[in-house]
Design a protein around this ligand. Structure first.
Ligand SMILES: NC(=O)c1ccc[n+]([C@@H]2O[C@H](COP(=O)([O-])OP(=O)(O)OC[C@H]3O[C@@H](n4cnc5c(N)ncnc54)[C@H](OP(=O)(O)O)[C@@H]3O)[C@@H](O)[C@H]2O)c1
Length: 192
C-alpha cells in the first residue's frame, strides 16, 4: 500500500466516523419525550362515573398550555367523557372496538400503532385514563402529575409511581383559594 492510499483510506474512515457521530447527535436532539400527564388525589383517585371529580381551572389551563400543538393519546372511555376532541392537538384514541369512529380523532388498536403515529412529535402526551396510564407508564420518559391533596371517592385510580424508577425533579405547591378548596402540587418526575 502506498502512503497516498493509506491517507485516503484513513480519511474515508474519519468521514464515516464523523457521519456516524453527527447522525447520533441528531437523533439525540430530536428524541421525543413521551410524557404522561394526570391529576390524581392523595389516594390516587382519577375519576368517577367516567368523569373528572374536581374542577381546578388553573390545572386545566396548565394542561392546555403543555399539550397544545402536540399529540395526545387516550383511552376510548376518556375520549367519550369529553364533549369533543381537544382542539389544536392530534387526538389519538385507543380501542379494541373495530369500526369505532372518534370524530376529530384518529382511532388505533394497539400501543405500537399509537406510538408509531407520534414518533415525529417532540413531546407527545399520554392523557389517560386509568387503563391507559397503566399501559404506558413504563414507556414514558416524564410524568407531569397534579397531586390534589385530598382523598376522593372514585372508581378509577392512578397507578402507584415506583420511586426506584422515577425521580421527582420539580414541585410547585399551590394553596387552596376561595373558589377552589383543595391544596395541590404540580410535580414533575423523570425516569431515572
Ligand atoms: N384525573 C385525570 O387526570 C384523568 C385523565 C383522564 C381521564 N380521567 C378519568 O379516567 C376515567 C376513564 O379511565 P378508564 O381507565 O375507565 O378508561 P380509559 O383508560 O380512558 O379507556 C379504557 C379503554 O381503552 C381501550 N384500551 C385499553 N387498553 C387497550 C389496548 N391494549 N388496546 C386497545 N385499546 C385499549 C379500551 O377501549 P374499548 O373498551 O373501546 O376496547 C378500554 O376500555 C374517567 O373517569 C375519566 O374522567 C382522569
Amino acid at each position: 500500500m502506498t502512503t497516498e492510499s493509506i491517507k485516503a483510506k484513513n480519511n474515508g474512515l474519519l468521514y464515516a466516523m464523523e457521519d456516524e457521530i453527527s447522525s447520533h447527535l441528531n437523533q439525540e436532539t430530536t428524541k421525543s419525550i413521551l410524557t404522561l400527564i394526570a391529576a390524581a388525589g392523595k389516594n390516587n383517585a382519577l375519576g368517577k362515573d367516567n368523569d373528572l371529580i374536581w374542577h381546578i381551572s388553573n390545572d386545566l389551563k396548565r394542561f392546555k398550555r403543555l399539550t397544545s400543538g402536540h399529540a395526545i393519546i387516550m383511552g376510548r372511555k376518556t375520549f367519550e367523557s369529553m364533549p369533543k376532541a381537544l382542539p389544536n392537538r392530534t387526538n389519538i384514541v385507543l380501542t379494541n372496538k373495530k369500526g369505532f369512529k372518534a370524530e376529530g380523532g384518529i382511532v388505533v388498536h394497539s400501543i405500537e400503532a399509537a406510538l408509531d403515529l407520534v414518533k415525529e412529535d417532540t413531546q407527545p402526551f399520554i392523557i389517560g385514563g386509568g387503563e391507559i396510564y397503566r399501559l404506558f407508564m413504563d414507556l414514558c420518559d416524564r410524568i407531569e402529575l397534579t397531586r390534589v391533596h385530598h382523598d376522593f371517592e372514585a372508581d378509577v385510580y392512578f397507578p402507584e409511581i415506583d420511586l426506584s424508577q422515577w425521580k421527582e425533579v420539580a414541585c410547585e405547591d399551590v394553596p387552596a383559594t376561595d373558589d377552589q378548596p383543595y391544596n395541590y402540587s404540580f410535580i414533575t418526575y423523570e425516569k431515572q
